[in-house]
Design a protein around this ligand. Sequence first.
Ligand SMILES: [Zn+2]
Length: 88
Amino acid sequence: MLNSVPRKLSGSYLRKLKEEQERMRLEKLKDKPASEERHVGAVSEGKLKSFTAVCQTCGASTKFTVNALGFATCSNCRAQAAYRIGVA
Ligand SMILES: [Zn+2]
């Protein structure tokens, strides 16, 4: 059954298929701008803040990281400060 397909026909069919796939590939590239990467970067940098202060737990002047809830964490001893940043 499969052998009954003429060679010429299957050859031109494959060529057309390749052309179609190439066309669709190029179209997809056009549809996908770089904005997706920019979006991801904005999300990861939006909420996280950090500042330098003297830690009341270990006494070192170190960097504190503020999480989304406003809690500051000492990067030296990992202690969480008793106060919150940016929250009334
Ligand atoms: Zn500390």
